[in-house]
Design a protein around this ligand. Structure first.
Ligand code: DC
Length: 221
């Protein structure tokens, strides 16, 4: 049996920062499952397919081979031998990923790959449905949350850190709320608190405080 730590929650709750930290301190892998949906959304757009066009996305999926590789710079998402990692963090890809992820067949394909990786590798996975659907028997399940305003502020800082000053706080807040709504209200495997998950509200916690809390939860298991 491998060790699997599931961290779910909405965007900007701090999942990836904490997941990376836990992976490093416990010397296990980190699987960023959002990057897989982002990679697929980017690749679909590159091929002229809109993420909400189910009739085109489903047959297109059959032509897509996704692979996750690890390098010293972290996880790489490879789609049909193309490394799409450098392109998947752009602002417009966030909503495209959320939209394509509503398609049942897309989720089945991504979940199958996530389950294979988790069954072979000790890892911490972050996403939306890891504890509730992908790995309901994960050793540790955490749901990280924060207020939309705090998450929008964090997202704005992130984008600005990458030199993107083109979005106002209000715009980012509206995007975050729209994405939360879409991720929480899709028919299949929506974002929700998994049975048995520990909820952490990170709104007014430092990264160190959250990391300590997660370490404590892991130790108790
Ligand atoms: O975590 P992220 O912001 O990179 O994820 C982008 C989108 O991908 C998110 O809005 C919904 C989708 N997603 C999902 O449906 N299930 C996951 N396990 C991870 C991400």
């Amino acid at each position: 049996m491998t060790l699997n730590i599931a961290i779910d929650g909405p965007s900007g709750a701090g999942k990836s920062t904490i997941a990376k930290y836990i992976a490093k301190t416990m010397n296990i892998a980190y699987l960023d499952t959002g990057a897989m949906y982002r990679g697929l959304a980017y690749y679909a757009l590159q091929n002229g397919i809109q993420p909400d066009d189910r009739d085109k996305v489903v047959p297109f999926l059959e032509t897509v081979d996704m692979d996750i590789k690890y390098s010293e710079n972290g996880q790489k998402v490879i789609v049909n031998d193309l490394d799409v990692t450098p392109y998947i963090r752009e602002h417009h890809i966030s909503m495209a990923a959320s939209t394509i992820s509503k398609i049942h067949e897309v989720r089945l394909k991504m979940c199958a790959l996530q389950r294979i990786i988790a069954s072979k590798t000790d890892c911490v996975l972050d996403g939306r449905d890891i504890g509730s659907y992908v790995l309901p028997d994960a050793n540790v399940k955490i749901y990280m949350d924060a207020s939309p305003e705090v998450r929008a502020e964090r997202r704005k800082k992130d984008l600005e850190g990458k030199g993107d000053f083109s979005h106002t706080f209000e715009e980012i807040l509206a995007d975050i709320k729209a994405r939360d709504y879409q991720d929480m209200n899709r028919d299949f495997a929506p974002l929700k608190v998994a049975d048995g998950a520990v909820v952490i509200d990170t709104s007014y916690m430092t990264i160190e405080e959250v990391a300590n809390k997660v370490k404590e939860i892991c130790k108790g298991k």
